[in-house]
Ligand binder design. Sequence first.
Ligand SMILES: Nc1ncnc2c1ncn2[C@@H]1O[C@H](COP(=O)(O)OP(=O)(O)O)[C@@H](O)[C@H]1O
Ligand SMILES: [Mg+2]
Length: 248
Amino acid sequence: MKTLALYNIKGGVGKSAGAVNLAYFAAASGLRTVVWDLDSQAASSWYLHGDGQAAKAKSVLAGDTPLGRLVRPTPYEKLSVIPAEFSYRYFDILLKKVEPPREAFKRLLKPFSEQYSLAVLDCPPALSHLADNVFTAADLILVPVVPTHLSLRAYEQLREYFEQEGFPLRKLMPFYSMADRRRSLHRELIEQPPALMKGMAQSVVPYSSMVERMGEHRAPIAAYAPSEDPALLAYAELWLEVSAALKL
Ligand SMILES: Nc1ncnc2c1ncn2[C@@H]1O[C@H](COP(=O)(O)OP(=O)(O)O)[C@@H](O)[C@H]1O
Ligand SMILES: [Mg+2]
Protein backbone atom coordinates (compact mmCIF):
# COMPACT_ATOMS: atom_id res chain seq x y z
CA MET A 1 0.00 0.00 0.00
CA LYS A 2 1.16 3.52 -0.82
CA THR A 3 0.33 6.56 1.27
CA LEU A 4 -0.42 9.94 -0.29
CA ALA A 5 -0.87 13.07 1.82
CA LEU A 6 -2.45 16.36 0.85
CA TYR A 7 -0.69 18.90 3.01
CA ASN A 8 -0.03 22.60 3.32
CA ILE A 9 0.80 24.86 6.26
CA LYS A 10 -1.96 27.09 4.88
CA GLY A 11 -5.69 26.45 4.98
CA GLY A 12 -8.18 27.02 2.18
CA VAL A 13 -5.77 26.07 -0.63
CA GLY A 14 -7.42 22.92 -1.99
CA LYS A 15 -6.16 20.07 0.20
CA SER A 16 -9.54 18.52 0.86
CA ALA A 17 -10.74 19.08 -2.70
CA GLY A 18 -7.53 17.41 -3.91
CA ALA A 19 -7.78 14.50 -1.47
CA VAL A 20 -11.35 13.66 -2.49
CA ASN A 21 -10.88 14.08 -6.24
CA LEU A 22 -7.60 12.19 -6.42
CA ALA A 23 -8.94 9.39 -4.22
CA TYR A 24 -11.93 9.16 -6.53
CA PHE A 25 -9.68 8.73 -9.58
CA ALA A 26 -7.54 6.20 -7.77
CA ALA A 27 -10.59 4.10 -6.92
CA ALA A 28 -12.04 4.52 -10.42
CA SER A 29 -8.77 3.19 -11.83
CA GLY A 30 -9.34 0.01 -9.84
CA LEU A 31 -7.20 0.65 -6.75
CA ARG A 32 -8.77 -0.03 -3.39
CA THR A 33 -8.46 3.36 -1.73
CA VAL A 34 -9.14 4.73 1.73
CA VAL A 35 -9.24 8.42 2.64
CA TRP A 36 -8.25 9.12 6.24
CA ASP A 37 -9.63 12.50 7.18
CA LEU A 38 -7.29 13.96 9.81
CA ASP A 39 -8.81 17.42 9.97
CA SER A 40 -11.37 18.04 12.72
CA GLN A 41 -13.25 20.25 10.25
CA ALA A 42 -14.05 16.96 8.48
CA ALA A 43 -14.40 18.34 4.93
CA SER A 44 -13.48 15.16 3.09
CA SER A 45 -15.59 13.03 5.47
CA TRP A 46 -18.50 15.24 4.56
CA TYR A 47 -17.88 15.15 0.80
CA LEU A 48 -17.71 11.36 0.97
CA HIS A 49 -20.76 10.90 3.23
CA GLY A 50 -18.71 9.42 6.05
CA ASP A 51 -20.07 11.63 8.81
CA GLY A 52 -21.36 10.42 12.13
CA GLN A 53 -19.21 7.29 12.24
CA ALA A 54 -16.01 8.48 13.88
CA ALA A 55 -14.09 7.66 17.06
CA LYS A 56 -12.26 9.91 19.49
CA ALA A 57 -8.62 10.69 18.76
CA LYS A 58 -7.54 9.36 22.14
CA SER A 59 -9.17 6.00 21.61
CA VAL A 60 -7.65 5.68 18.13
CA LEU A 61 -4.13 6.47 19.34
CA ALA A 62 -4.38 4.24 22.38
CA GLY A 63 -5.33 1.36 20.08
CA ASP A 64 -8.67 0.93 21.91
CA THR A 65 -10.45 1.49 18.61
CA PRO A 66 -8.65 -0.22 15.71
CA LEU A 67 -8.60 2.08 12.69
CA GLY A 68 -10.05 -0.73 10.57
CA ARG A 69 -13.28 -0.62 12.53
CA LEU A 70 -13.76 3.04 11.59
CA VAL A 71 -13.66 2.54 7.84
CA ARG A 72 -16.94 3.52 6.18
CA PRO A 73 -18.06 2.83 2.63
CA THR A 74 -18.67 5.76 0.26
CA PRO A 75 -21.10 5.95 -2.67
CA TYR A 76 -18.15 4.98 -4.93
CA GLU A 77 -16.86 1.54 -5.64
CA LYS A 78 -13.46 0.70 -4.06
CA LEU A 79 -13.43 4.02 -2.16
CA SER A 80 -13.71 4.09 1.64
CA VAL A 81 -13.30 6.82 4.21
CA ILE A 82 -12.18 7.03 7.81
CA PRO A 83 -14.15 10.04 8.97
CA ALA A 84 -12.69 12.77 11.15
CA GLU A 85 -14.07 13.65 14.53
CA PHE A 86 -14.15 16.96 16.37
CA SER A 87 -11.72 15.60 18.97
CA TYR A 88 -9.10 15.35 16.22
CA ARG A 89 -8.21 18.91 17.18
CA TYR A 90 -6.48 17.30 20.20
CA PHE A 91 -4.47 14.89 18.05
CA ASP A 92 -1.46 17.10 18.38
CA ILE A 93 -1.29 17.10 22.15
CA LEU A 94 -1.96 13.36 22.24
CA LEU A 95 0.66 12.53 19.61
CA LYS A 96 3.32 14.28 21.66
CA LYS A 97 3.02 11.55 24.29
CA VAL A 98 3.19 8.57 21.92
CA GLU A 99 6.52 6.76 21.55
CA PRO A 100 8.17 7.08 19.09
CA PRO A 101 6.25 10.34 18.57
CA ARG A 102 6.50 10.54 14.78
CA GLU A 103 5.53 6.98 13.93
CA ALA A 104 2.02 6.59 15.31
CA PHE A 105 0.20 7.09 11.99
CA LYS A 106 2.55 4.77 10.15
CA ARG A 107 1.88 2.10 12.77
CA LEU A 108 -1.88 2.63 12.68
CA LEU A 109 -1.95 2.34 8.89
CA LYS A 110 0.13 -0.83 8.74
CA PRO A 111 -2.78 -3.29 9.05
CA PHE A 112 -4.36 -1.68 5.97
CA SER A 113 -1.57 -2.70 3.65
CA GLU A 114 -3.12 -6.10 2.88
CA GLN A 115 -6.49 -4.73 1.84
CA TYR A 116 -5.76 -1.36 0.28
CA SER A 117 -3.52 -0.13 -2.51
CA LEU A 118 -3.67 3.51 -1.49
CA ALA A 119 -4.30 5.56 1.64
CA VAL A 120 -4.97 9.28 1.14
CA LEU A 121 -4.41 11.53 4.16
CA ASP A 122 -6.36 14.79 4.23
CA CYS A 123 -4.49 17.01 6.69
CA PRO A 124 -5.22 20.05 8.82
CA PRO A 125 -3.17 23.17 8.11
CA ALA A 126 -0.50 23.27 10.82
CA LEU A 127 3.15 22.41 11.21
CA SER A 128 2.69 20.20 14.22
CA HIS A 129 3.20 16.74 15.69
CA LEU A 130 0.37 15.58 13.48
CA ALA A 131 2.24 16.92 10.45
CA ASP A 132 5.43 15.10 11.58
CA ASN A 133 3.42 11.88 11.67
CA VAL A 134 2.04 12.57 8.20
CA PHE A 135 5.52 13.31 6.81
CA THR A 136 6.76 10.02 8.27
CA ALA A 137 3.85 7.89 7.05
CA ALA A 138 3.47 9.37 3.54
CA ASP A 139 5.33 8.15 0.47
CA LEU A 140 4.33 11.32 -1.38
CA ILE A 141 3.15 14.67 -0.03
CA LEU A 142 1.19 16.75 -2.49
CA VAL A 143 1.23 20.42 -1.62
CA PRO A 144 -1.40 22.66 -3.24
CA VAL A 145 0.20 26.06 -3.87
CA VAL A 146 -1.89 29.04 -4.99
CA PRO A 147 0.23 30.97 -7.51
CA THR A 148 0.92 33.95 -5.22
CA HIS A 149 4.06 35.03 -3.38
CA LEU A 150 2.64 34.35 0.07
CA SER A 151 1.72 30.80 -0.87
CA LEU A 152 5.16 30.23 -2.35
CA ARG A 153 6.68 31.58 0.87
CA ALA A 154 4.66 29.06 2.87
CA TYR A 155 5.94 26.27 0.63
CA GLU A 156 9.49 27.52 1.13
CA GLN A 157 8.97 27.39 4.90
CA LEU A 158 7.79 23.81 4.57
CA ARG A 159 10.92 22.88 2.62
CA GLU A 160 13.10 24.57 5.24
CA TYR A 161 11.32 22.60 7.94
CA PHE A 162 11.97 19.35 6.03
CA GLU A 163 15.67 20.20 5.82
CA GLN A 164 15.90 21.11 9.50
CA GLU A 165 14.05 18.03 10.71
CA GLY A 166 15.61 15.57 8.30
CA PHE A 167 12.48 14.65 6.34
CA PRO A 168 13.30 13.70 2.75
CA LEU A 169 12.59 16.60 0.36
CA ARG A 170 11.94 14.11 -2.44
CA LYS A 171 8.64 13.26 -0.78
CA LEU A 172 7.32 16.75 -1.59
CA MET A 173 5.40 17.37 -4.81
CA PRO A 174 3.89 20.84 -5.10
CA PHE A 175 1.18 21.68 -7.60
CA TYR A 176 -0.56 24.90 -8.54
CA SER A 177 -4.06 25.05 -7.12
CA MET A 178 -6.88 27.61 -7.58
CA ALA A 179 -4.93 29.10 -10.47
CA ASP A 180 -6.64 32.04 -12.15
CA ARG A 181 -5.07 32.78 -15.50
CA ARG A 182 -6.97 36.09 -15.75
CA ARG A 183 -4.58 37.40 -13.10
CA SER A 184 -1.20 38.45 -14.44
CA LEU A 185 0.67 37.31 -11.32
CA HIS A 186 -0.85 33.82 -11.54
CA ARG A 187 -0.02 33.66 -15.26
CA GLU A 188 3.58 34.73 -14.67
CA LEU A 189 4.16 32.24 -11.87
CA ILE A 190 2.60 29.44 -13.90
CA GLU A 191 4.59 30.24 -17.04
CA GLN A 192 7.86 30.69 -15.14
CA PRO A 193 7.65 28.77 -11.88
CA PRO A 194 10.31 29.77 -9.33
CA ALA A 195 13.18 27.35 -8.71
CA LEU A 196 11.52 26.48 -5.43
CA MET A 197 8.80 24.61 -7.38
CA LYS A 198 11.30 22.14 -8.84
CA GLY A 199 9.68 18.72 -9.09
CA MET A 200 6.21 20.24 -9.26
CA ALA A 201 3.34 18.48 -10.97
CA GLN A 202 2.75 19.75 -14.50
CA SER A 203 -1.00 19.70 -14.02
CA VAL A 204 -2.43 23.04 -12.85
CA VAL A 205 -5.79 22.96 -11.06
CA PRO A 206 -7.71 26.06 -12.17
CA TYR A 207 -9.87 28.27 -9.99
CA SER A 208 -13.24 26.81 -10.81
CA SER A 209 -16.83 27.12 -9.65
CA MET A 210 -17.14 23.41 -10.50
CA VAL A 211 -14.77 22.63 -7.61
CA GLU A 212 -16.61 25.02 -5.31
CA ARG A 213 -19.80 23.15 -6.06
CA MET A 214 -18.44 19.99 -4.44
CA GLY A 215 -20.10 21.29 -1.26
CA GLU A 216 -23.45 21.54 -2.97
CA HIS A 217 -23.25 18.06 -4.51
CA ARG A 218 -21.33 16.46 -1.64
CA ALA A 219 -19.35 14.57 -4.25
CA PRO A 220 -16.08 14.51 -6.19
CA ILE A 221 -16.40 16.65 -9.32
CA ALA A 222 -16.31 13.59 -11.58
CA ALA A 223 -19.76 12.72 -10.23
CA TYR A 224 -21.43 15.80 -11.74
CA ALA A 225 -19.05 17.81 -13.98
CA PRO A 226 -19.19 17.51 -17.78
CA SER A 227 -16.41 15.27 -19.07
CA GLU A 228 -14.56 18.21 -20.70
CA ASP A 229 -14.54 20.38 -17.60
CA PRO A 230 -11.03 21.90 -17.17
CA ALA A 231 -10.88 21.30 -13.40
CA LEU A 232 -11.97 17.69 -13.87
CA LEU A 233 -9.31 17.18 -16.53
CA ALA A 234 -6.68 18.85 -14.33
CA TYR A 235 -7.40 16.46 -11.45
CA ALA A 236 -7.42 13.49 -13.83
CA GLU A 237 -3.99 14.52 -15.14
CA LEU A 238 -2.73 15.19 -11.65
CA TRP A 239 -3.79 11.69 -10.68
CA LEU A 240 -1.78 10.26 -13.58
CA GLU A 241 1.31 12.14 -12.38
CA VAL A 242 0.77 11.05 -8.79
CA SER A 243 0.17 7.41 -9.68
CA ALA A 244 3.33 7.41 -11.79
CA ALA A 245 5.34 8.97 -8.94
CA LEU A 246 3.95 6.37 -6.53
CA LYS A 247 4.54 3.55 -9.05
CA LEU A 248 0.94 2.45 -8.75
N1 LIG B 1 -9.77 24.83 -7.68
C1 LIG B 1 -10.67 25.48 -6.92
N2 LIG B 1 -11.42 26.47 -7.45
C2 LIG B 1 -12.34 27.14 -6.71
N3 LIG B 1 -12.59 26.88 -5.44
C3 LIG B 1 -11.86 25.91 -4.84
C4 LIG B 1 -10.87 25.15 -5.54
N4 LIG B 1 -10.32 24.25 -4.69
C5 LIG B 1 -10.95 24.43 -3.52
N5 LIG B 1 -11.89 25.41 -3.60
C6 LIG B 1 -12.78 25.91 -2.56
O1 LIG B 1 -12.00 26.63 -1.61
C7 LIG B 1 -12.36 26.28 -0.28
C8 LIG B 1 -11.17 25.60 0.39
O2 LIG B 1 -10.87 24.38 -0.29
P1 LIG B 1 -10.41 23.08 0.49
O3 LIG B 1 -10.16 22.02 -0.48
O4 LIG B 1 -11.39 22.79 1.57
O5 LIG B 1 -9.06 23.63 1.12
P2 LIG B 1 -8.20 23.11 2.37
O6 LIG B 1 -8.54 21.68 2.58
O7 LIG B 1 -6.78 23.33 1.93
O8 LIG B 1 -8.56 23.98 3.53
C9 LIG B 1 -13.58 25.39 -0.40
O9 LIG B 1 -14.74 26.19 -0.30
C10 LIG B 1 -13.46 24.79 -1.79
O10 LIG B 1 -14.72 24.52 -2.34
MG1 LIG C 1 -9.30 20.72 4.28
